[in-house]
Design a protein around this ligand. Structure first.
Ligand code: 13P
Length: 268
């Protein structure tokens, strides 16, 4: 049985003290739940403060991205052992924002610079290979843009993203993998993907895992949905048979909302 997982991606919000305050509230409300797994993913600088706030609770800590080398002359980067040292168990990889979709609305930013900041299939594959030996569990995000969906390329894009990120990795290395289906058009837009459609794509992700690996891995890997999840729409999404939880952005910054979302998850 796959254990439901609800992760809050705080993105570039909350200072260390603000993060610790939210984590403390959540700890008091849902910190002892073991029926589902709850993961908080603050910004790098808030990781130690949040780790301290959730110490000796059931809440888990995750980072929002990572570099693929353990140490060295990589100014501004954070390594897998550094994340482990501050208490991270999870790390988000391949979020559409770290894939370089952010900044595109800034009129004064030349779109040609964006690829230099962004994750590619090749760098994501390096990150996957780098985190697994340290015991960090990846939350690998995949998803299509609206243009890709409208062109009928959704499945093709998701397959390519999975093949790219997982290249060269064996099934044995991937039992703790979590995949988040985050259609780019549903992120921060208030436009949530229909529950049945999200379920269909989650099933497709399992089908890709089945063809790349085997049935066992396809059944073990947890597949989350992310994109405008709120307390008011979480119930039908979280009750889909192929969906094992949610990666929540904006609504994870509000203790009431996030708590309510966790109670929408079925306990399996
Ligand atoms: P929103 O829930 O704010 O749409 O963000 C989703 C997301 O990107 C989570 O990683």
């Amino acid at each position: 049985m796959r254990r439901p997982l609800i992760a809050g991606n705080w993105k570039m919000n909350l200072t260390p003290s603000e993060g610790a305050a939210l984590a403390t509230q959540l700890r008091q409300r849902i910190g002892m739940r073991s029926d589902i797994e709850i993961v908080l993913c603050p910004a790098f600088v808030a990781l130690p403060a949040v780790a301290e706030a959730i110490r000796n609770s059931e809440l888990k800590l995750g980072a929002q991205t990572v570099f693929w080398r353990d140490a060295g002359a990589f100014t501004g980067q954070i390594s897998p052992p550094m994340l482990v040292a501050v208490g991270c168990e999870y790390v988000i990889l391949g979020h559409s924002e770290t894939r370089g979709r952010f900044g595109v609305d800034d009129a004064d930013l030349d779109a040609s610079v964006l690829p230099y900041f962004s994750e590619t299939e090749a760098t994501l594959n390096r990150k996957m290979r780098a985190v697994l030996p340290h015991g960090l569990k990846p939350i690998l995000c995949v998803g299509e843009t609206l243009a890709e969906r409208d062109a009928g390329h959704t499945e093709q894009i998701i397959r390519a993203q999975l093949e790219g990120a997982l290249a060269g990795l064996s099934a044995d290395e991937l039992y703790e993998l979590v995949i988040a289906y985050e259609p780019v058009w549903a992120i921060g837009t208030g436009r949530v993907c229909e529950a049945a459609e999200a379920n269909r794509i989650a099933g497709y992700i399992r089908e890709v895992l089945r063809t790349l690996y085997d049935e066992e891995l396809a059944q073990v890997v947890r597949v989350l949905y992310g994109g405008s999840v709120k307390a008011s729409n979480a119930q039908p999404i979280l009750h889909q048979p192929e969906i094992d939880g949610a990666l929540v952005g904006g609504a994870s910054l509000d203790a009431d909302e996030f708590e309510q979302i966790t109670y929408c998850a079925p306990t399996r």
